[in-house]
Design a protein. Structure first.
Lengths: 169, 412
């Protein structure tokens, strides 16, 4: 029987119970939130038992307003046999952004995690070489975080007040 | 003159048996800004450490301040050898977010453009593999035909390399008669050229000896490294987004997915060659389908965008000056008053190098809250040290060109 979002959700709930929360399905893609200390268990289970052996994408998002869980690491997994995708999210506080590395399961996670570290400062615990990859080594901040604005906020020759978001973000 | 300064060598450097070779970042054989610091023993590569990021332009950050229609030119500059596929992928991502259904004719027109882009990209990659093995003729020969593809883009959107082609919901203008003529001219002449190109290389003893068993990767390793596209298929996995998650009406087309067995340079070359033929056949089918649509209903000739998408792409300038509606849409778009639903969407398209994915988070505002590009080059280039370790230095060079690593996509 083909694996569908409902069956997958049921299986994951049976296995991990209350650990998986915030289920949603947007544009036919099942999404779940996993606690930071259980991310490897869930991914390992999905890899070995449910055939999610392909890591499509790994990135992060910064939500400055969500106090205590500002950073969100997003995994896109793909089961190529059943042709079904799954999105997993791990929220961590910006003061202590520790997430276990997926490099032991997916070799391809290596650079994706380095890029995420480079841009957001997520500390992937156990990563073999967690160094900057795209930005210069001397950089001492994480540029994709929302507090770093695209343009110099002190510029006065460009007034964005009338254009959507104004000068804030 | 002062006392001579002696170079201080590290203690262990005297005992070292291997040579450190700095290949790149600007080396004629790397076709882009890639640096590899290699440890070589004679001609054998022991290990290599790639350095990337030389042309990192922070597109994801820039996109957070750009309205949706202004992100399209950023996508051009990812894989600039097949920019239209990136453009279309981005348009389709927004269409998915908003829920726009494009008409069949638009889908087929998009398919034509995307497959032309795939042919152009594969032609470059394959002919460059030939150049790196010492055969320049094929390269110069097929480049005339890549030029013809660029002339088709030029006729449709006005630019050649970084195309910014199409709009959300369709195209900015209908294909002109000249554009159709140029497509037909390409379709007529290309098979002969392609057959000749294949005759030059496919069974060429020297080329085969150079490419077979150079830079192989197994299917398991390729999957574990999240390979996609021709590089994954050369290793023997028949994953193609066009079939797995059809977009732009690819389900209407009849085509094969070529796969290899060993994932070496020769397999990658052959898979790309076969894909060129498949793309050619897809364009042929698309032309027939469009002709059939127009025969059924002559009014179809004027369909080049989805009617419900008017509010999301800039209207033609002449309409802005003469029509009230168009003026309102233009004003709203420029001032950022466009209502885009909040939501998270991932959309993947089969780029020339693999799955190009757009992970877009919208908070309903004028610009993306977060946009992440899944760039196939970035993901598979990390396997390069593993692929070339133990091989010859000259194999490492052709492996780099046959993986088709595009610096723009690598560094975003």
């Amino acid at each position: 029987m083909a694996l569908t979002n409902e069956i997958l959700k049921q299986k994951l709930t049976d296995k991990f119970g209350e650990q998986l929360t915030e289920w949603e399905e947007q544009y036919a893609l099942l999404t779940a939130r996993i606690p930071a200390d259980a991310n490897l268990k869930v991914i390992q289970y999905l890899f070995e038992t449910e055939g999610f052996q392909f890591l499509t994408d790994l990135t992060a998002v910064h939500y400055p307003d969500r106090t205590g869980e500002e950073l969100c690491v997003v995994y896109h997994l793909h089961n190529l046999v059943e042709n079904i995708r799954l999105r997993l999210k791990v929220y961590v506080p910006v003061e202590k952004p520790d997430v276990f590395t997926a490099t032991k399961i997916f070799s391809g996670a290596n650079w994706m995690e380095r890029e995420t570290y480079d841009n957001f400062g997520i500390n992937f615990v156990g990563h073999p070489n967690l160094t900057r990859i795209l930005n210069v080594d001397e950089m001492d901040y994480f540029p994709m975080r929302k507090e770093y604005q695209m343009e110099d906020p002190t510029r006065i020759d460009k007034d964005d007040e009338m254009f959507g978001r104004g000068g804030s973000i | 003159m002062s006392e001579q300064q002696h170079i201080q060598l590290a203690e262990e450097s005297l005992a070292k048996q291997s040579t450190t070779l700095n290949l790149g970042p600007t080396h004629p054989a790397t076709h882009g800004v890639f640096q590899n610091i290699m440890e070589i023993d004679g001609e054998r590569v022991l290990s290599t450490v790639p350095t990337i990021g030389y042309i990192h332009r922070a597109f994801e950050k820039i996109a957070e301040r750009r309205p949706y229609y202004q992100v399209t030119p950023l996508t051009d500059r990812l894989n600039y050898c097949s920019a239209p596929i990136n453009n279309m992928g981005w348009h389709m991502t927004i269409e998915k977010l908003i829920g726009i259904q494009t008409p069949k004719r638009v889908d087929y027109m998009r398919v034509i453009i995307m497959e032309l882009a795939r042919i152009a990209d594969h032609l470059i990659c394959n002919s460059v593999v030939a150049v790196d093995t010492g055969a320049l003729t094929g390269f110069t020969y097929v480049f005339q035909w890549r030029e013809l593809i660029y002339e088709i883009y030029e006729e449709i959107c006005g630019s050649r390399l970084t195309t910014n082609i199409g709009r959300v919901g369709g195209f900015e203008r209908n294909f002109t008669p000249v554009a159709w003529q140029k497509i037909n001219k390409f379709m007529e002449g290309f098979p002969k050229v392609m057959r000749e190109f294949e005759a030059l290389l496919n069974r060429n003893r020297i080329f085969m000896e150079r490419c077979i068993d150079a830079g192989p990767i197994s299917a398991e390793r390729a999957l574990n490294y999240s390979f996609t596209g021709p590089n994954l298929r050369a290793a023997g996995v028949d994953y193609d987004v066009r079939v797995a998650q059809p977009y732009s009406s690819y389900q209407d087309f009849d085509f094969k997915i070529p796969v290899g067995t060993t994932g070496d340079v020769y397999d990658r070359y052959m898979v790309r060659n076969d894909e060129i033929w498949q793309s050619y056949s897809i364009i042929e089918q698309a032309l027939q389908k469009i002709a059939a649509l127009e025969k059924e209903d002559p009014a179809q000739k004027d369909v080049f965008y989805a009617p419900e998408s008017d509010a999301y792409h800039l209207p033609p300038k002449e309409d802005v000056y003469t029509k009230m509606e168009a003026l309102i849409y233009h004003f709203k778009m420029i001032m950022g008053e466009i209502a885009v639903p909040a939501g998270e969407v991932y959309h993947g398209v089969e780029g020339a190098n693999g799955e190009v994915g757009y992970y877009l988070i919208s908070d309903g505002g004028r610009t993306p809250y977060r946009l992440h590009f899944r760039r196939p080059c970035f993901i598979y280039y990390q396997a390069y040290p593993e692929i070339v370790a133990g091989g010859l230095l000259s194999d490492a060079i052709i492996t780099l060109s046959s993986l088709n690593v595009i610096a723009g996509e690598l560094d975003a």
